[in-house]
Each structure stands twice: as C-alpha cells, then as structure tokens.
Write a protein that binds this ligand. Structure first.
Ligand SMILES: Cc1cc2nc3c(=O)[nH]c(=O)nc-3n(C[C@H](O)[C@H](O)[C@H](O)COP(=O)(O)O)c2cc1C
Length: 223
C-alpha cells in the first residue's frame, strides 16, 4: 500500500454532460446575494420529495423539513435571527432577499424507536441518544440537504447553507418545532443576483490538494 500513486481520470465520468452530477457539483458554490423573485409554485416541494430519496440509517426516515416560502415567514426567520442593529450591518444583505429557506431537522426519537426493533437491538442504540457515536439523524439530514442543493442547482437556483448557532432555540419556538428535533442549519435558496455577487471570507480559501486529503491504504508518513 505504501507509495501508491494518486491518479484521477476525467474519462471515468461524463463530466461534460449538462446536469450530470459532476457538472452540477462543479457549478455549486455558496450564493450570498439573491433576487427578490419567487420560485415556481410547487417546485420546492418537488425538490424536497426527490431529495428525501437519500439513504437513512436503518431506513428510520427521521428527517423532516421546515419550509419557509412566504415573504412574511422568511422575514420572521431573519427577525428572530438578528437584532435590527446586526441586520443593518450584516455583510450579506442580498442573502436576506432569498425567497425560500429550508431548515432540515433530524428526529432522534425515530432512530431510537427503529433501533429498538428486533433486527437492530444488538447495537444497543435503542437505549438513548447518548449511545450514538455518530448522530445518524444529522448524517441523514445532511445527505438529504446536499441532494436538495444539487437538485436546486439543476433547476437554475443557487443555495447557501449556513449554521443556526444560538438562534436554533428561538427559531424552534417561533415556528412551533418540537423541542427534541435537532436542526442541521438552514438552506437558503433562490435565483442569484448576478449583478451583486458577494464573496464570503471563507470562499477565498483555496481547496486543499487531493493528495493531502486522500490517504491510500494508510496515512503517509505513518503516524
Ligand atoms: C456546516 C456549514 C456551515 C456553514 N455556515 C456558514 C455560515 O454561518 N455563514 C456563511 O456565510 N457560510 C456558511 N457556510 C458556507 C461555507 O462558508 C462555504 O460552503 C465554504 O466557504 C465553501 O464555499 P463554497 O460553498 O462556495 O464552495 C457553511 C457551510 C457549511 C457546510
């Protein structure tokens, strides 16, 4: 295993095909400036329905989505998120114009119940959430959210995923979300404002080289 070459081949995938996974991933980047322009009726539900085909642990299906797709609801979200002062100095005002916000939630109780069942109880994961080294409800929510981003891009939308940090509890209260549900973050979606592109500080960071992030067979040099 030591010293294997890292080789990639463009010929393995049809990267040039429009809307292929490769092309869509290449086009994906966080958008922080949106047009004040609604999505076609039914589009977001259709995309979420497709996105939820991603795998879930034990087929627990414990991922749910809060969709805020009306102006007043989106405004409520930002009002609860920021004080007026923070809003007025916010670096990405164009982010607040996005017409749709989707908050994916993991539902731990669905995983606990599922892992109590006969075929899974050998794992002891049906005991309580503390037994879970990896909280699969958030893993599954992240899978679905990534799929939703790619589907959105395929439909000429752009997206930005951001964390909720200490806003989570206030948001849960405002939108009557059950206390035990865990938010992954918020996916902001809409049509990009191509005349007012804003780049976040994080986006200026270079992508790490493949050779640094892939370890063929073992870490080199050995730890
Ligand atoms: C878990 C997670 C949390 C993020 N939180 C924020 C955030 O709070 N604010 C923000 O502007 N971008 C946030 N981002 C977007 C990242 O900054 C962005 O994905 C990264 O800089 C790479 O840029 P790209 O998405 O354009 O490739 C977050 C992304 C992820 C995956």
């Amino acid at each position: 295993m030591v010293g294997r070459w890292l080789k990639t081949s463009k010929s393995w995938s049809n990267s040039s095909t429009k809307n292929s996974v490769t092309e869509t991933l290449n086009r994906r980047k966080s958008c922080r400036s949106f047009l004040d322009c609604k999505l076609p009726d039914g589009l977001i539900l259709d995309l979420i329905d497709k996105a939820r085909r991603t795998p879930t642990a034990g087929n627990s299906q414990g991922v749910e989505f809060l969709v805020l797709d009306e102006k007043s609801l989106v405004e409520d979200f930002w009002r609860v998120s920021f004080s007026e002062k923070d809003k007025s100095t916010f670096s990405f005002p164009g982010l607040l114009r996005a017409p749709v916000l989707v908050i994916p939630f993991g539902v731990p109780s669905r995983y606990i119940e599922r892992y109590k069942e006969n075929d899974k109880n050998y794992t002891n994961l049906g005991e309580n959430t503390k037994e879970w080294k990896v909280p699969y409800w958030l893993t599954d929510a992240a899978f679905a959210t990534m799929a939703l981003q790619l589907l959105a891009i395929e439909n000429q939308l752009e997206t930005c995923f951001i964390g909720l940090f200490d806003r989570e509890e206030r948001i849960k209260e405002t939108f009557s979300i059950p206390k035990t549900y865990e938010a992954l973050g918020v996916l902001i979606l809409g049509y990009p404002d191509t005349e007012q592109v804003t780049v976040g500080g994080s986006q200026k960071r270079k992508r790490r080289p493949l050779s640094e992030v892939v370890h063929l067979g073992a870490w080199q040099p050995p730890l």
